[in-house]
Design a binder for this molecule. Sequence first.
Ligand code: ADP
Length: 647
Amino acid sequence: MSAGASRELEAILDAAVDPFVACGPDERILQVNAATERLLGWDREQLLGRPVTDLFPSRLHRFHGLSLPRYLLSRRKALGGRPTRVFARRRDGVELLVELAVGAAGMDGQERIVLTMRRLHEVIDSLEEPVEHVAGALDASMHPETADRLYRLLVENAPLGIFHFDRLPVITACNDRFSGLIGTSKRNLVGLNLLTLRDERILTCVRESLAGRPCDYEGTYRALSTGKETPVRIRFAPCYAEDGSVEGGVGIVEDITERRRVEAEREENLAQLDLLFRGAPVGIGFLDTRLRYVRVNETLARLNGIPADAHPGHTLPELLGEAGAIAEQGPRYVLNTGEPLVDQESTSDVDLGIEGPRRCFRGNFYPVRTPDGRVLGVGVLIEDITERRRAEEERAHLYREAQEAIRVRDDFLSIASHELKTPLTPLSLRLATLERRLERGENLDPGVLRHARHQLTRLTGLINDLLDASRIEAGRLALHPEATRFDLLVEHTLASMDGQRGNHTFDFERPPEPISVHGDTYRLEQVLSNLLENALKYSPDGGTIRVRLSLSDDVAVLSVTDPGIGIPEDQQQQLFDRYFRARNASTRSYGGLGLGLYISRDIVERHGGRIWVESVPGRGSTFYVALPTLASERAALPQVWPDRHLH
Ligand code: ADP
């Protein structure tokens, strides 16, 4: 054959719809057409020279001792030109049912064996009637053929992939959606043997449906041609013949890519919500419409003191008894009214009647509704605000204290300036008098000088008190203790104050024997002077100031009793605080900075002693000082401060 004629023949064969294969006497392929390439997935060049049996499953390679083509040639007469249904094998191994006809021409070396194949595909492809026409035929008396066409129309328009298979099981029909999902043309799919898909789960479903039982498959389909993976769900169901036997099956294929994505997204969202729910520092719970817990998080479980998994199905009173019945009132209100209850604060002891240290809670309760408004239950948010409350109270306390400190400071400043100024006016008057007399050459009156000195002493005393108070605050009030006869010290102090006692009488009851303490003489004298000055100051009408010194269990106890104004009972505790002045000691009637007792307490306590008061308002007061004696084991005196200061 000339090259031109050969090309012409090739073009004619390529134009043919059905696959065509020619081979020589050795059954090796000499020629194929384009339809063969399309059907079996080979390129022409790959097929030329290959044994023709490669186009069939191996079980069909030999028949009664002959190759398949030769066997069919030998049966040609018997077949009378009718084609034979056999499986052809695609390049990827998938089997397709085809109608195969075999012919031969020429002899010996010139012999040519020609195979023609025809795909078995259903008439869905050739549906020609317009949709309206078929749909219009839908009535009770529908002709079976019309119903058949209508069914095919429905299948073809279905949004799901649909395929039918026979008992072999070979795909006998499918819709476009199915071929679209699989990524292969409908022509290639029809006739495909499902057994050759090598997916055990699909085969199980095929077998199940052929046994009359529907079966679901879910998996990822990998397109044979493109390798593209598609998650699919396939519902397999049997198809029955008129006599009721299963004649095949149908597979309904759904592309679940989107559903999987949505599911994955939902699962991720749920997982995140779950994390949030579990880890929330706030107690979260959900009660159903019968106020039984559906779920609680760990925080709420901890607040309730019951494991989280013990909550579901139980009401608050069941779990927490009396306290639960009280706590349930909030959610019950929400259920009855449909209104939320926000920021409800309660305490464990007073509100809920729970014993033990007080805990404070803040609760929010709100109705949980479906999108259409139906109440599903009550959401519960409980926060333990004990620490926050405590901090708030602490802050409020500190604030009050700061306010008080400011008030005390302001009071003190006005008192201190008044106190410091008071001696200055008489002092300046006395000095002016002295100056005048000196100028006139008159005699000086020692009384004027005494008064001037008295005011000066008073001023010095005030300034010393201020200095001492600030030393105490800074922790720098030095003590220089030594063995001291305390009885003599008392006697000496009383004598030194004789000039100040005015109309008062000092009555000192000595101890039967000497009492020695380990103390700072100057500072102990300061304490005693302060007590005596107060006794004189706060007993304005004169009277006897009784001073007692006694020994009790190696402790020297000194008491100073006056018949003065006394101290209101509720203020006796505070007398020894800095700047404190009792309310019955008005600045106008009684001068003073409220520092004397503060300094005295510090001195006494640093000697290992104690100072206290007993008083009846309006009747008088007794101040006590107890000091360990030298003999006492309990003497616990502080070390001498290294930096000596001026007395
Ligand atoms: P002050 O310089 O104000 O007297 P103190 O510290 O010595 O300071 O005394 C503190 C307060 O204690 C006094 O302001 C007074 O209210 C009360 N007080 C002290 N001693 C007596 C007392 N003998 N009788 C009544 N009140 C007293």
